[in-house]
Design a protein around this ligand. Structure first.
Ligand code: ANZ
Ligand code: ZN
Length: 890
């Protein structure tokens, strides 16, 4: 038998698919549609195993659905803006566009070599004006609809490089290149009003049946909807405002609460601050409160700091710690007693101390809270430190509430105690009663707050979509007229000094104001690249000449039926894409609420890690550097740097043993990557595809192994042999069992592929393959080989096409119809009959149900094993239990 020559066949069939545009989707088709999409790659340079796994899964689904008679849209493009291109520009002196486009060319060729059934006619790269020009138009549409605004917001500022840093460029509080301590600076930046859609984005998750629960939960937690009560504590005496703060609360400081009133009431008389507004999700615990606390950058704190140096020092101390919610949770709880006293709204004679506290966030709720130590851990830690009362107001059980609270706050369910008119209620009832009372008496109101903030989209970078706004001293921020789009990035830029090259470009930003004609400046910030990926799936579904996309086309394809990608995008990318789609619906551009009907997040490709301990060379002759070099550091080794011998691992070509580390996600930093391209060269695309589908459930991690890929290669060869041998034998006759197996396998694989359980489909194909190999020649066997070929073709399309053609079929197997299942063939009407001799099981026979007794008896007596056992003597007696058993008494 000949060998399947993958190298030759792969290229030949890829060329055919390409030339015939086999996988181009027809917008006008009347067939049922399916939109299969994998998250588009960032063109970092080369395709990695994670891409191979991701795209192979989508590919099998796309090919399968085409064979099932659907019109399938399966496009591919490039998420092509972003920082690595600018880093390359700085490090290698190559223009970001040159670098990116070269990477795209390389990676496209690599994808083609894997034989993916992609509609390349719709390819797009977000870095081309043909794409980002439309994005600018959409930005202007959202701007016109009031969904875009500008506000001051903090950025990471590197004082040495004089540049804004992205979060990922700040390492341990220092600039990644300069090593300088990063400062927070306020800049005017653009925001998208995602918070307008916060409720919808939570509620919409309910309808996403085909999304993993864990992803929905992550989205829900990120949006963080909390229902509660917002109310004002009156102060016993107004706090007099110093001159500088007379303007009242800072609008930015309270922007987070949206429509809610500012946290302070500037008194009508102008005497000072009269109240503090707080937000609570636990109004039921109000009788357990023992203090009020405000954030360090709360207007009250700032007002106090003006005249009180101790307060100012405390605020400085707070700023030194981290400011994320997680960091605040782990820090020691610290406070500063302002001396102000707040009046409890349910008991006016009760006055609570007001603290500035480091665990209160300015960006959440109102930036102020009341503390209930018995039922909130942070409050309890705080109360223990400052010796504040701890009063239990929720009893865990039916027993009398214990008087003593230890070091753990009770945050669970229970009955309200020690709380006057609330006593005996459960928590939910008590919440409702307090909110009703607050609203009735006019001192507070029920509100919903969200953790979600508006989406800051300004980036002080070159390699992104220019924001289509012009700043005019007279007219303010003026949108660029649509007929002037796209605003194209200038090509002649330099990266030899830090900062944004758009800022220092000699001409690009100088333009007349579109409104008054005066000299004005272009916005030099570019859009967050998450904007680019928030609508590319709409553009794919659209006719190319439409601006910014064609609605009817897009609505025909959308929502994406199956979206596949990494779980690392479970929050931001998906949330932004969901927001963008809803925003377009809101402004009447697209009648789709949810962009992705089905979502699948695949596991990682992993590999063993290898390392040795090494002493580094001192960086200089100084003692410090000498000592530092004495510390041995771990040096990671690539799989190419090692040899495996006698169950041990050595540095390649040496006798130095290497430590085998954990199996981890393939990554450059651990050097445990395996480049797919040489593997494709060696084993062919089908073997690689088969390997990534076969070993692990797709949601789990897949450990890369040499033996695994070899096994996959052997399977491809086995398929080929089977087809060749079949061609030789033009056989006749039936093999009902095999025929049935084909039908069962077909149904099973359909279900597996639709559920993306590729490893199960692979297992079924192995069984079918073995059954065919064992079967005697028959017409059914021939048919089975044909069925097998159709069933494996979505997974190993090259060998399938080659075999299909060799067997003399017209047309491509990619275009062939999926085998039709005969339901009658799925009914299991065979029975296995035990054959016993003197009560001992000696053989089994397979018969159709209800086979006549004499036939079964004759077959039992004719069985080779029984003939041997009886040694020619006639049996004394034969008992046949229909469909069950034959007992022979010898
Ligand atoms: C009183 C209380 C009693 C609270 C109790 C909790 C337990 P979630 O559920 O995450 O929305 N809080 C409100 N604003 C805050 C801020 N800016 N910084 C830090 N903490 C803040 O959390 C809402 C609860 O977190 C609120 O309910 C408030 O404390 C606190 F037994 O009020 B609670
Ligand atoms: Zn103007």
């Amino acid at each position: 038998a000949s060998r399947f020559n993958a190298l030759k066949a792969d290229a030949a069939w890829q060329k055919v698919w390409d030339e015939r545009k086999t996988f181009a989707a027809d917008d006008l088709s009347t067939k049922p549609r399916s939109y299969v999409l994998e998250m588009f790659p960032y063109p970092s340079g080369r395709i990695h195993m994670g891409h191979v796994r991701n795209y192979t899964m989508g590919d099998v689904l796309a090919r399968f659905r085409r064979m099932k008679g659907m019109e399938v849209l399966h496009p591919m493009g490039w998420d092509a803006f972003g920082m690595p291109a600018e880093n390359a520009a700085m490090e290698k002196g190559v223009h970001p566009g040159t670098w990116t486009r070269a990477n795209i060319a390389t990676m496209k060729a690599q994808l083609k070599r894997l034989g993916f059934a992609l509609d390349w006619t719709r390819e797009l790269a977000t870095c081309e004006p043909e794409y980002y020009g439309h994005e600018q138009a959409l930005f202007l549409d959202l701007f016109a609809a009031g969904l875009v605004y500008r506000k001051e917001s903090a950025v990471n500022w590197d004082p040495v490089d004089m540049t804004v840093l992205a979060n990922e460029q700040v390492i341990d509080g220092r600039g990644w290149r300069s090593g300088a301590l990063v400062e927070r600076r306020k800049l005017s930046q653009w925001f998208l009003k995602i918070t307008d859609f916060a409720d919808e984005l939570v509620d919409g998750l309910g309808a996403l049946e085909h999304w993993p629960d864990k992803v929905k939960l992550m989205q829900e937690n990120w949006i963080g909807r909390s229902q509660g009560l917002q109310f004002k504590f009156q102060l016993t005496a107004p706090f007099p405002l110093a001159g500088g703060v007379g303007g009242g609360p800072d609008a930015n400081a309270t922007a987070a609460i949206g429509d809610a009133s500012p946290p302070l009431t500037p008194p009508a008389s102008g005497r000072g601050i009269e109240s503090v507004e707080v937000f609570t999700t636990r109004p039921d615990t109000m009788f357990g409160s023992s203090f009020v606390a405000v954030a360090a950058d709360h207007p009250i704190a700032r007002a106090i700091a003006e005249t009180n140096p101790d307060a100012a020092a405390f605020i400085e101390l707070c700023k030194r710690g981290g400011t994320t919610a997680a960091e605040l949770d782990t820090q020691e709880k610290l406070g500063f007693d302002t001396g102000l006293r707040a009046v409890h709204p349910l008991d006016k004679s009760w006055h609570l101390p007001v603290y500035i506290a480091n665990f209160v966030l300015m960006e959440y709720g109102t930036g102020a809270v009341f503390g209930v130590p018995a039922h909130d851990q942070r409050d309890l830690d705080f109360a223990r430190k400052y010796d504040l009362p701890v009063k239990r107001v929720v009893s865990e059980g039916d027993d009398e509430a214990p008087v003593f609270v230890g070091d753990t706050a009770w945050t669970g369910a229970g009955t309200i105690v020690n709380s006057h008119f609330l006593d005996g209620m459960d928590i939910e009832d008590a919440k409702r009663v307090v909110i009703e009372r607050a609203e009735g008496e006019g001192w507070g109101k029920g509100t919903t707050v969200f953790r979600l903030r508006d989406w800051g989209v300004s980036r002080q970078r070159y390699w992104g979509t220019p924001i289509p706004i012009i700043h005019c001293d007279a007219c303010g921020a003026v949108p660029v007229p649509k007929d002037q789009l796209p605003i194209v990035l200038p090509e002649d830029v330099s990266f030899d000094i830090p900062g944004n090259p758009l800022d220092r470009h000699p001409t690009w930003k100088h333009v007349p104001c579109p409104s008054c004609g005066a000299n004005a400046r272009r916005e030099t910030d570019t859009l967050d690249t998450f904007v680019d990926s928030s609508w590319y799936f709409i553009r794919f579904a659209s006719q190319p000449d439409a601006k910014p996309f064609d609605r009817t086309g897009a609505e025909k394809w959308l929502p994406v039926n199956q979206y596949i990608g990494g779980v690392e995008h479970a929050i931001l990318h998906l949330l932004y894409a969901r927001f963008w789609t809803r925003a377009l619906k809101h402004i009447g551009m697209l009648d789709i609420a949810e962009p992705f009907a089905g979502l699948f997040t695949q596991g990682m490709v992993t590999h063993e890690t290898y390392w040795t301990m090494e002493q580094s060379k001192p960086a200089s002759e100084s003692l410090d550097d000498f000592l530092e070099a004495q510390v041995h550091t771990r040096r990671w080794l690539s799989p190419d740097d090692i040899d495996k011998r006698d169950g041990k691992v050595f540095l390649r070509g040496t006798t130095d043993e290497v430590t085998v580390g954990r199996v981890e996600k393939m990554s450059k930093s651990k050097k445990n990557t395996v480049d797919p391209e040489p593997i494709v060269d060696q084993y062919g695309a089908d073997a690689v595809r088969w390997f990534v589908l076969s070993d692990s459930p797709p949601e789990r991690d897949l450990p890369w192994s040499e033996s695994g890929i070899e096994g996959a290669w052997r399977f491809v060869q086995r398929l080929w042999r089977l087809i060749e041998s079949d061609d030789a034998a033009k056989a006749q006759g039936d093999d009902i069992g095999l025929r049935k197996l084909c039908h069962r396998t077909t149904v099973g694989i359909e279900n597996d592929i639709n559920a993306l359980q590729f490893n199960k489909a692979v297992a079924r194909l192995y069984s079918l393959c073995s059954a065919i190999e064992k079967a005697a020649p028959s017409a059914d066997r021939e048919q089975a080989v044909r069925t097998l070929l159709l069933l494996v073709s979505p997974m190993v399309p090259h060998v399938a096409e080659e075999a299909w053609a060799t067997a003399g079929n017209d047309g491509l197997i990619a275009d062939a119809a999926w085998p039709i299942v005969d339901p009658a063939m799925l009914v299991d009407d065979e029975v296995t009959i035990a054959v016993q001799v003197n009560g001992k099981l000696r053989d089994t026979l397979v018969f159709p149900k209800g086979a006549p007794k004499d036939e079964v008896e004759a077959a039992a007596l004719a069985s080779e094993k029984i003939v041997r056992l009886l040694e020619g003597k006639p049996p004394r007696k034969v008992i046949v239990v229909p469909d069950r058993l034959v007992n022979i008494v010898a």
